[in-house]
Design a protein around this ligand. Sequence first.
Ligand code: FPP
Length: 252
Amino acid sequence: MRIFKKKAAGINSLMQELDHKNLPEHVAIIMDGNGRWAQKRKLPRSVGHRAGVENVRTVIRLSSDLGIKALTLFAFSTENWKRPQDEVNVLMDLLVEYIKKELNELNRKNTRIKTLGDLNKMPKKVADEIDRAKETTKNNTGLIVNMALNYGSRQEMVSAVKKIASKAMSGEISIDEIDENTILKNLYTADLPEPDLIIRTSGENRLSNFLLYQAAYSEFIFTKTLWPDFNEKEYLKALIEFEQRQRRFGAI
Ligand code: FPP
């Protein structure tokens, strides 16, 4: 009981430290370190992924309660297919299980599910659940939970270039009209603000083909904490650190 109170007190004081008017509109997270979290406990990697999903719940709940507009989560990359088939299956099953269990609650919280990535390659059972989640939540106006599935930023840019080229060839737009905004509007994130804050857990300091174009002016927070341990306190601390950064967008 004492421990619980102490934990709650920590969260409360961080909540007070946070300037609720200065929050990022769009947070994007590379959820890394599930495997190492499990390894440290001599558990199978699948247990680490399960713990990772539990933490997805925590971070979505807090983002929604804080009134953040969009949360993009890197759940499965175009490179993740290279993992052993068993592990790929575990991740796919966890996604289906997560949506089945959580959709009512996500809907009740007024969150809207969206995705980025090429869903054509996802197993049908995953694609079906995702479609159902999108359809159920399509009119919701709260937090946008944007799941990156079979996502790679370079592949996203290739697809944007193809869309723009085909519009140019059909005469819908002229070559001279193509500008930075044309590219932004043809990415999967077209209707979202650019990410203000990108967090990567587990001590890896790279973007790994995540939101390369959109990240031009993002703030980055790299933390050593493994994803399943990135709890409310860690998230609040990252948001407070974001608020202390000076964002100049190239100006002085
Ligand atoms: C990185 O840890 C994590 C992933 C590749 C998958 C992330 C996916 C989840 C947390 C579940 C997604 C579910 C939902 C509901 C969005 P790693 O396996 O690369 O860890 P390691 O680097 O320590 O091996």
